[in-house]
Structures are given as structure tokens and as C-alpha cells.
Design a protein around this ligand. Structure first.
Ligand SMILES: [Zn+2]
Length: 295
């Protein structure tokens, strides 16, 4: 089994992560186009070897799903890329065959036992395991789950497909539509609450309907931050948006608000793409901030 990037408790809620891809190298020059080599080099001491390669030219990103278990329910947040999905050769996402589902089983989570599946947004690396291929058809991986999607994100993606049907590499058709057709999708407002445990908060920028998800347990608070922050360098430099952000200026403003709001608090951050140990806190550091891993 792949090493879990995190396994901890937030109040009485157990939080684990199921890894699909542990350390994917992406060139900083491509995915953080505003980052300078000098600024990256200044962080070498903590970046290597977990968060950047030896030459400091590539950041390392993890792709994982959070598994939240309370006494009464099991919730998955962000379902990675998925197996066998045809992404037109799109590097890194095309026709994967990983052990994600087996690793979920090994955590003690059978697909039938999942109550909710949530996605911070609908990019292909956050909805993939919503479905799996069975007898040549895409079917919901979690037959008893409600799939909770922010309506604004859903409608935004529909508009994009109307303008350019090929733009999403088939993500909607194979990873969202089967869930709609099975009647398992709930399209909700961007402040929706689930089981008194989770609360969505609009976080537009990476995508217009992007949300973060607050976990409010009896004694603890965490935020599943999705793609508001892709790499821990962006805690120090919230103005560095990723190339994948659909509105990079809005994403930078959203990230800065997020960093300022949660800095020097007890709020545990659960990011979508930080390699192990993943979870951490935002702390003031000089006139900026830094990410303090929880391990
Ligand atoms: Zn992502």
C-alpha cells in the first residue's frame, strides 16, 4: 500500500488520505510562471527532497483523496484522476491504472460504505474516481453515496462545454454525467452544509465555482483547501497563481485571503496536492507566511 500522506484526527473525525500519485514532478517555470529561480533557491533547505527535485527546477505534487470518517458517516473529498480515463494523451492523466481503489479498501472503506462524495471543483484530477469502468460503461464507484457538487461550478463547466465541447477531455462525460444519470448528484449552493460536519465556502479563482470545505468537528477545525494552493511555496508567495488557474488574478486574491484568514490560528490545512506530510498550519514569518507541516 502506498504511504498515506496523512492520518490524523480532527476532533472525533478521522482523516486519512488515499494517494493516487505521490510525487509528480512539474516544472516550476510552467506551473508557477511568476516564481523566480532566486526565490525558489532561497527555500532550498525545506523544499528538498520532498517538495522539489534536486535541481529545484521541478515542484513535486501529490494527487490524493481525503477520507473523513465520523461516528455516523464516511465522506470522500476530491476523487483524483481515476483509472482508464481517456484524456486524449494529456500528460499524466491519460489511462492510469493505479491501486487507488485497493488502497481505499485497505483503509477499511468499501465503496458501498461511502455516504458522500464531494469535489472542490470539477477539473479532471478531482472527479476521476467518481466513476469506474464496469462492463464497458462508466458507473458511479460509490453506489450508495450522494455526490455533492457546487451548482455554480457545475453550470460554469456546462458553459465551457457549450463553447468548446472538447475542452474538458471528456471529464464531464465519464466522471460527472453517469452520477447525474444515476440520480445520485446533489447540486448545492456554495455555502451548503453536510451532516452539520462540513461546510462549503466559495473560493473563486482557480475555477469560478471553486469551493473550500470546512470540517467543523466537536473539538477542531480543518479546511480542505483543494486547489486554492497547489504547492507550499504559494503560502509564502500567495501572488503566484498556478498556470491551471482559470482566473489567475482572482486566484491570487483568493489565496491571499485564505492565507491571511488562517494564519496563526488552530485551523488545520488539508491541501489537495502537497506531498506527505501534507497537513499543516499557516504561520506568520517575517512580513510573509510559511507552511508548518503537522508531522
Ligand atoms: Zn488539482
Amino acid at each position: 500500500m502506498a504511504e498515506s500522506p496523512c492520518s490524523l484526527n480532527v476532533g472525533s473525525v478521522r482523516v486519512d488520505a488515499v494517494v493516487e500519485l505521490a510525487t509528480v514532478p512539474l516544472p516550476f517555470a510552467h506551473f508557477l510562471p511568476d516564481a523566480t529561480a532566486e526565490a525558489i533557491a532561497a527555500e532550498a533547505e525545506w523544499l528538498k527532497p520532498r517538495f522539489a527535485d534536486a535541481a529545484l527546477t521541478h515542484g513535486l505534487l501529490s494527487f490524493h483523496t481525503y477520507v473523513l470518517r465520523s461516528e455516523t458517516c464516511t465522506i470522500l473529498v476530491d476523487t483524483c484522476i481515476g483509472n482508464h480515463k481517456d484524456r486524449g494523451g494529456h500528460a499524466g492523466f491519460h489511462r492510469l491504472t493505479t491501486d487507488w481503489l485497493r488502497n481505499l479498501h485497505q483503509l477499511g472503506v468499501a465503496p458501498e460504505s461511502v455516504d458522500y462524495v464531494m469535489c472542490t471543483h470539477m477539473h479532471g484530477d478531482h472527479v476521476g474516481w467518481n466513476t469506474r469502468l464496469m462492463n464497458g460503461r462508466w458507473v458511479p464507484t460509490f453506489p450508495n453515496a450522494r455526490y455533492v457538487f457546487a451548482r455554480q461550478e457545475f453550470e460554469h463547466r456546462a458553459q465551457l462545454r457549450a463553447l468548446n465541447p472538447g475542452a474538458d477531455y471528456g471529464v464531464y462525460a465519464d466522471s460527472v454525467l453517469p452520477v447525474i444519470e444515476s440520480g445520485q448528484a446533489d447540486l448545492v449552493e456554495s455555502d451548503h452544509e453536510v451532516e452539520g460536519l462540513l461546510r462549503l465556502e466559495a473560493a473563486p479563482g482557480h475555477t469560478p465555482g471553486n469551493v473550500v470545505i470546512h470540517l467543523q468537528a466537536d473539538r477542531g477545525h480543518a479546511v480542505l483547501s483543494g486547489d486554492v494552493i497547489h504547492h507550499p511555496l504559494q503560502v509564502k508567495y500567495p501572488e503566484w497563481s498556478a498556470a491551471f488557474c482559470e482566473d489567475r488574478a482572482a486566484s491570487a486574491a483568493c489565496r491571499r485571503r485564505f492565507v491571511e484568514t488562517h494564519a496563526d490560528t488552530d485551523t488545520l490545512i488539508l491541501p489537495a496536492h502537497f506531498p506527505a506530510p501534507t497537513a499543516g498550519f499557516i504561520r506568520s514569518h517575517g512580513n510573509r507566511w510559511r507552511y508548518s507541516f503537522a508531522d
